[in-house]
Design a protein around this ligand. Sequence first.
Ligand SMILES: NC(=O)c1ccc[n+]([C@@H]2O[C@H](COP(=O)([O-])OP(=O)(O)OC[C@H]3O[C@@H](n4cnc5c(N)ncnc54)[C@H](OP(=O)(O)O)[C@@H]3O)[C@@H](O)[C@H]2O)c1
Length: 314
Amino acid sequence: MGWCARINDGGMPNATNSPYSTDPKTTPVTVLGLGAMGQALAGALLKSGHPTTIWNRSAGKGDDLVARGATRAASAAAAVRAGEVVLVCVVDYDASQAILEPLAADLSGRVLVNVTSDSPERARAAAEWAAAHEIAYLDGAVMIPTVMVGTPEALLFYSGDEAAYRKHEELLKSLGGQSAYVGADHGLAAVYDLSMLDFFWTSMAGLVHGYALAAKDGVPASSIAPFLQSHFSLLAMLIGETAKDVDRGVYPGEEGNLAMELEGVEHILHAAERRGLDVSVLRGVRDVAKRAVDLGHGADSWTATVEGIRKPGA
Ligand SMILES: NC(=O)c1ccc[n+]([C@@H]2O[C@H](COP(=O)([O-])OP(=O)(O)OC[C@H]3O[C@@H](n4cnc5c(N)ncnc54)[C@H](OP(=O)(O)O)[C@@H]3O)[C@@H](O)[C@H]2O)c1
């Protein structure tokens, strides 16, 4: 254990009987869960000057944090009692529930921020539990890898108790400069998370598939990559326009229509099939576009595929 390791016995007064410092930098914070992400979050909090208490289910994690000044708590309950703000970051909500449920009395009067990834439904259920125990609750989603935590570019979403968010905004922004509060419904951080990761993983599926297709004709991925960079800037330009069209339900197709684009997808699909590649992702793309065409959107833009997505049985 490092030179400044301390064991906390939970002796700190709780939020109801102690006037915590109003200096946001000195707000005591607790991090429950020291996986890769929990450690990164605790590291960023330490760096920004917050007295930071840490706890993990299994021993042997967080030595580096202790060496940097974190306090290792002897139990989850002691850890909670040491923080005005309690962050939990574990594998999923089954795990966070297992940790938090026995700690309801200790958490009462504190701000609980759960940045564990899970569904909007689980976030809302956790919020109901927190409200029943008078725990100010924020649900969060971490949208960046561990190496970006604490940087000005890092994005985390928060939803739920707005007063708690505003009070601790500076602390929460020390985890990521782009952090955003997205609404009072506790499920919203997870909704934003799901939507963005839906985009991310389907894009990654296309990226890897495109590389596999080129490789079949002897073209290495690294030869395609520079061109994909400029292609990607096209996609970046389309994000805002597509959003407007989806929200309006209007899909102007004068510059390129879905019937023509569907033909393009069929060509790629057949080329990939001829080369013996898996085409299940492309088939899904083709099927959804074809359904939108069958629903009457052939003259609209690609964005009209949203109608095919919304009517899977059509
Ligand atoms: N890593 C990333 O790049 C990244 C990026 C964005 C979001 N996230 C999200 O951050 C969360 C944590 O990810 P991670 O990368 O830190 O995961 P990880 O390295 O696999 O760590 C998992 C953590 O969950 C704890 N845990 C698992 N089951 C538990 C249980 N039943 N009771 C108590 N604790 C339990 C583990 O404790 P033990 O050490 O005792 O097993 C450990 O602290 C996930 O929801 C993930 O989706 C991660």
